[in-house]
Design a protein around this ligand. Structure first.
Ligand code: DI6
Ligand code: FE
Length: 403
């Protein structure tokens, strides 16, 4: 099945033009892939001879499908009450130390049935799909037993089976130490390492992540888990330098990490390490905003060093309960001073790279035919508006998705 999408204004994010802009453009898709992108006037009869269907987009703006490369979408309950506590002066770390925080969501997740976990994650997923997300990363990390982590990863995989989107799963067993391992963090790290081969054998893990932090796991423990991941041939990523500088980034880069995420407290040495290993910096303005952080990630240094910057929702019940990737575009600009074009690259081509995917994120031949059709004049409007969704249509794998 070959389709021509014509009369579009394309932000291809490919080539050297700003935005990879093509003013009066067309796309030809065949099956799940793009086979041609260019100016309408360059369409030749040889190109359009075998077309089965044609869509006139009436001058609408087209971008690659959006990619949310860091979410914790599967969990039980929610934590609006902790938000109230923080408004009364308690800090996130304080709440975590007193058994709230991640642990309270772990308790709610363990209590929920697989069906309940699926239904609540499905509702959240729909909010993201409605704004043009075509690929999403979903982390485990709220089960913290082999059984519940397995269940959460299965729910994540099932969401991908039942919707027109790609799901990449990340095992984040090292999100927090569960209560049954209190005072025995090393035993828990050993347990996490022992679960990895089984989860991997079930095809449930695309990458391994660790929360490396003074309230999370140490550098040495992170190294042990990364070594286990490497033996299994799994990619690694890291929650790094979110609340303090632990130099986790340098360690992650030693392991060729796909991405280091958060990075508010990243040092210059960390920036250099990322530049050398080609690791993506995933910035999460939702968590920065919701925790009212004041230390900004070193955007200018990352930019100067040529580190690719991605943006994601970090959707989770504790620090970033947002379900709007478009809002994150706006916040990446207002809070982190990214340009609107950098922000869009951050949820497309750089987000794809943060997931180890080279077949998406740009409008170019041989890329997956995942794209969004927007009722806007220019793609800078995606970062400019907030609380407004100009999405007209999503095409996933060459097929129009019913929203
Ligand atoms: N960093 C975060 O911001 C989330 N996890 C992490 O490692 C917070 C998770 C939570 O509070 O539930
Ligand atoms: Fe996170």
């Amino acid at each position: 099945m070959s389709t021509l999408w014509r009369h579009a204004r394309l932000a291809t994010l490919s080539g050297i033009q700003p935005w990879g802009w093509i003013e009066d453009g067309a796309i030809i898709t065949a099956g799940e892939h793009i086979v041609w992108v260019g100016r309408q006037q360059d369409l030749t009869p040889a190109l359009t001879g075998d077309i089965d269907a044609e869509h006139d987009l009436g001058g609408a703006c087209v971008t690659p499908g959006l990619i949310d490369c860091h979410t914790h979408l599967v969990y039980g309950g929610q934590r609006a009450h902790e938000f109230e506590l923080r408004l009364q002066g308690a800090s996130y770390e304080q709440i975590a130390r007193e058994g709230g925080g991640i642990r309270s969501t772990v308790a709610a997740t363990r209590e929920a049935s697989a069906d309940q976990l699926y239904r609540s994650a499905n509702r959240r997923l729909h909010a993201l799909l409605d704004e043009g997300v075509t690929t999403i990363e979903i982390k485990s990390g709220y089960g913290l037993t082999l059984e519940t982590e397995t269940c959460c990863l299965q729910v994540a995989r099932q969401l991908g089976v039942n919707h027109a989107l790609t799901v990449r799963t990340t095992f984040l067993g090292a999100h927090a130490v569960p209560p049954e391992f209190d005072g025995r963090t090393q035993d828990y790290v050993d347990a996490v390492c022992s679960w990895m081969p089984e989860l991997h054998a079930q095809g449930l893990v695309d990458a391994v992540d660790v929360f490396c932090e003074n309230i999370g796991f140490s550098l040495l423990q992170t190294r042990q888990m990364f070594e286990t991941a490497r033996r299994l041939g799994l990619h690694v990523k890291l929650h790094a330098e979110q609340l303090s500088d632990q130099s986790g980034t340098q360690l992650a880069c030693e392991f060729g990490a796909l991405s280091c995420d958060h990075l508010e407290h990243l040092s210059m040495a960390g920036v250099q390490a990322m530049a050398q290993s080609g690791t993506v910096a995933v910035l999460l303005p939702g968590a920065y905003y919701f925790l009212r952080e004041s230390k900004l990630p070193p955007v200018a240094a990352l930019r100067a060093a040529g580190v690719p910057i991605a943006i994601a929702t970090d959707h989770n019940p504790g620090t970033s309960p947002t379900l709007s990737l478009l809002l994150m575009l706006n916040m990446a600009c207002t809070l982190f001073r990214l340009t609107p074009e950098e922000a869009l690259r951050g949820v497309t081509v750089h987000a794809a790279r943060a997931l180890g995917l080279s077949d998406r994120g740009q409008l170019a031949s041989a890329q997956r035919a995942d794209f969004c059709i927007w009722d806007i004049e220019h793609p800078n409007e995606l970062a400019y508006f907030f609380g407004r969704n100009p999405l007209r249509q999503v095409v996933q794998g060459g097929v129009e998705v019913v929203l």
